[in-house]
Ligand binder design. Sequence first.
Ligand code: ATP
Ligand code: MG
Length: 393
Amino acid sequence: MEKIIIIKYGELSTKKDNINFFLNILKTNIKNSLKDECIIDYDRGRMFITNINNYDKVINILKNTFGIHEINVGYKLNDNNLETIESDLKVLIEDKDFKTFKVETKRSYKKYKMNSMEISKYLGGVVLKFKNNIKVDVHNPEVVINVEVRNDYAFIYFDKENGLGGYPVGSLGKGLLMLSGGIDSPVAGYLALKRGVKIEGVYFESPPHTSEAAKNKVIALARILTKYSGYVKLHIVNFTNIQEAIYKNIPHEYLITIMRRMMYRISERLANKNNCKIIINGESIGQVASQTLTSMQAINSVVNIPVIRPVACLDKLEIIDIANKIGTYKTSILPYEDCCTIFVPDHPVINPEIEKCIEYEKLIDFNVLIEEALNNIKTLKIEEVDTTFNDLL
Ligand code: ATP
Ligand code: MG
């Protein structure tokens, strides 16, 4: 028998004709993360990894890979004969210490001479005879002995780790994540990745009003997201001229509304240029004045591209929970101001009128400014391993 890792797919297995499309991407994603260390095979029901040197490392990577429902370290037997299953099972449990157990059998090979119940019952009897002082507990066993009988061989495995679920990153195409240094947008990015959307990031900076440290924080957040997605491209837009023009010319209660309309316009252009089919951001209904439904309408109306807001309906505490779980929270709360916080007026409009936005925007030559910003974008490729910003974390 051979020690292997067995992967179960979860929601992916509901895909019918195009399941291979998804599985191929999952395989490629795993291969890229493992850097070709192992051999990966799959069929419609399971993916198998063999030739593994460091199990802990591989499992850690798989636990952060979307498209995986469950991870099992198990053993592939040479054939599916009952005698082989029985003798290999004895070898595997010989040194295992447990008092209660149950056997669960799955049989994808339907012509096998026994059905699943019969196999479980038979092997349960074998275990009871083989070990002293143990009993079957079907409700709360210390050890579950899983047996899978397939056409040419069988698997035995005991432990399972939960995967993240979702779809393999990239299987649903690409989206442009508006990534600020806050708590919400990295969580929004993570949730989009979970649905199979590969992300590129866009960050609007306004030097000298925003600091290098604020930008580095956004880079650090993008780097944390690479753990779930592979490398992330981050587009950095110099927003200073636009920000200053708005500040000088537009009535202050509309500063944020107009500023966000500009961000949306630039994001749409950038998304189209980079084959991103949607914009993703961290807006949450009601969180601030620019996220009332009327504000969202006024801001959203300047673009045609779909804007997906994965945290729109979550409470801040729910978002913080996810941020903690995915490892972005501690970085997000580092105290560097971004361009939104510097130019915040005392009384931002809560119910902006689109007609007024259009009127005010005539006061600045915004098309020229947008063109200029688009021509000066700097794009970074953020990889998972980089020590440059470790001092920030
Ligand atoms: P977060 O909402 O992520 O905690 P924030 O509170 O600074 O950060 P908001 O002002 O609530 O952000 O803006 C809502 C969303 O707009 C953000 O979640 C983000 O997607 C986007 N956004 C805001 N500022 C920027 C920026 N400087 N660059 C890129 N995207 C931004
Ligand atoms: Mg926010």
